[in-house]
Design a binder for this molecule. Structure first.
Ligand code: NAD
Length: 477
């Protein structure tokens, strides 16, 4: 049984209740986590505050950096163990789980180096005055994390917050807690003071809500669905608590006739099958210039038919979806496609070894999806790619911007002037030109516009969100 991690101690929830942990590859229960409540959140916030007052604020920025670096190394040493945990808890194929563990280590490495480089400014002002700005931590920050990339999102969010001098209370998704509990234990082993990193597990409407409401939480980093993002904003607004929202997407690949298709095709496929399509930045829409629409669909269709889906341990192209309700959600979208006579170009194959009790979905390529259809507007959060043709550049931009989301877009074209024009006119937090975020981009600021959220995490920019600027004015003349 897994326990909460509060003040470097493993503790049971005061509720005495637990939640079963299910392996998505076979649908079987293999562990349980604490079903925590508001009292457990209060204990974690108190421990964090105590840590800040007694220890964390007295540690120099350079020493914080050394601690983060020790954690980066420790995570790297335990990468296989963490990947195995994630593989079972989230159904991630082995290679993807290992990539997530490597990314977690890299986040801590990056933020280790950032701790003592967060500078203020001096500002020219009236004669006889000197003005300077300090970047101060918020204090105790709350981190609400989804199930799709627990280690990566913990790394970017908690790594940035700690680097800026905060202490953290983390509420992982009820579907994906195990790796984060282990990382918190590793942090204690390398010397993080008790209370610097606390993990409290449980349901969102119970413990997530309690975290967002707690008056001791001075900033909330929320990564998850737009609908829960709205709830978080409402709760935070009542007490004027700042929030960073990393929400969903309906991100397009825009492929022009002059594109290098040999480079584009593997990126297009990976962007929709990685983590079984359960990725905020999944490339779930494919906009193709009319003249190459048919040949590109033919090539992609052949590639989709070769994709294999199965248990995480088999390390195939695609693993299971996280849970049965997610599988049902994808089935509902696909049955809508049938009702609307949307044609399927191709589907991958679920291997015979995949147990019926697992939550599998074959990658599916759909064509001529009407731009206002819910398949082209809403997050499916499964391996479903919706293709549609465009006439010219203006039409491509119109289609690209035609959803409520604005997270990521990719433009595939050899025309340099067009690359710039498209990058300017697409409303999204990230635009990739002739690539799709290769290498994870720990160093690159990341976030959305419109319903994809606001604020930026990752990169050095995240430190602005995880700190508060104080302006100090001296009169000496
Ligand atoms: P979700 O919104 O259901 O849950 C996210 C977290 O919020 C979980 O920890 C959950 O327990 C908690 N939660 C749920 N209800 C709550 C409430 N009332 N109060 C407080 N907390 C509550 O999202 P999910 O299904 O876990 O994750 C998928 C979503 O996350 C997708 O929309 C995806 O696009 C988004 N996402 C965004 C990014 C990004 O960087 N933009 C990254 C990953 C995932």
């Amino acid at each position: 049984m897994q326990l909460n991690h509060i003040a470097n101690t493993a503790v049971a929830s005061s509720s005495g209740k637990t939640i079963p942990v299910i392996d998505p590859s076979d649908g079987q229960v293999f562990d349980e986590i604490q079903r925590s409540n508001a009292a457990d959140i209060h204990a974690a916030v108190t421990a964090a505050r105590d840590c800040l007052d007694r220890a964390w604020q007295h540690i120099t920025a350079a020493e914080r950096g050394r601690l983060l670096m020790r954690l980066a190394n420790k995570v790297a040493e335990h990468a296989d163990e963490l990947a195995l945990i994630e593989q079972r808890d989230c159904g991630k194929p082995v290679k993807q789980a290992k990539a997530d563990a490597a990314a977690l280590a890299r986040y801590f490495e990056f933020y280790a180096g950032a701790c003592d480089k967060l500078h203020g400014e001096t500002i020219p002002y009236q004669n006889g005055f000197s003005v300077l700005t300090w970047r101060e931590p918020h204090g105790v920050t709350g981190h609400i994390i989804p199930w799709n990339y627990p280690m990566q999102i913990f790394g970017r969010s908690v790594g940035g917050a700690l680097a800026a001098g905060n202490v953290c209370v983390v509420k992982p998704s009820e579907d994906a807690c195990l790796s984060l509990i282990r990382v918190a234990q590793l942090a204690a082993e390398v010397g993080f003071p008790a209370g610097a990193i606390n993990i409290v597990t449980g349901y969102g409407h119970e413990v997530g809500d309690a975290l967002a409401r707690h008056s001791g939480i001075a900033h909330i980093s929320f990564t998850g669905s737009p609908s829960v993002g709205t709830l978080i904003q409402q709760v935070a607004a009542a007490r004027h608590c700042p929030v960073t929202l990393e929400l969903g997407g309906k991100s397009p690949h825009i492929v022009f006739a002059d594109a290098d298709l040999d480079a584009a095709i593997p990126a297009i496929i990976n962007a929709i099958v990685q983590n079984a399509g359960q990725t905020c930045s999944a490339g779930s829409r494919l906009l193709v210039e009319q003249s190459i629409y048919e040949p590109l669909l033919e090539r992609l269709g052949q590639a989709f038919e070769n994709l294999r889906v199965g248990p995480a341990a088999m390390d195939l192209d695609v693993g299971p979806l996280i849970r049965q309700s997610q599988q049902q959600r994808v089935w509902d979208f696909l049955s809508d496609a049938q009702v609307s006579s949307i044609a399927m170009v191709a589907q991958g194959q679920i291997v015979d070894e995949a147990p019926d009790s697992g939550f599998y979905q074959a990658p599916t390529l759909l064509r001529d999806v009407p731009v206002m259809h819910r398949l082209a507007q809403e997050e499916v959060f499964g391996p479903v790619l919706c293709a549609m043709p465009f006439k010219d550049e203006a039409h491509a931009i119109e289609l690209a911007n035609a959803t409520q989301f604005g997270l990521v877009a990719a433009v595939w074209t050899a025309d340099g002037a067009r690359q710039f024009r498209m990058a300017r006119q697409i409303r999204a937090g990230q635009v990739f030109i002739n690539n799709y975020g290769a290498g994870g981009g720990v160093e690159l600021p990341f976030g959305g516009v419109k319903s994809s959220g606001y604020g930026r995490e990752k990169g050095f920019e995240a430190l602005a969100g995880f700190s508060v600027l104080k302006t100090v004015v001296f009169r000496h003349g």
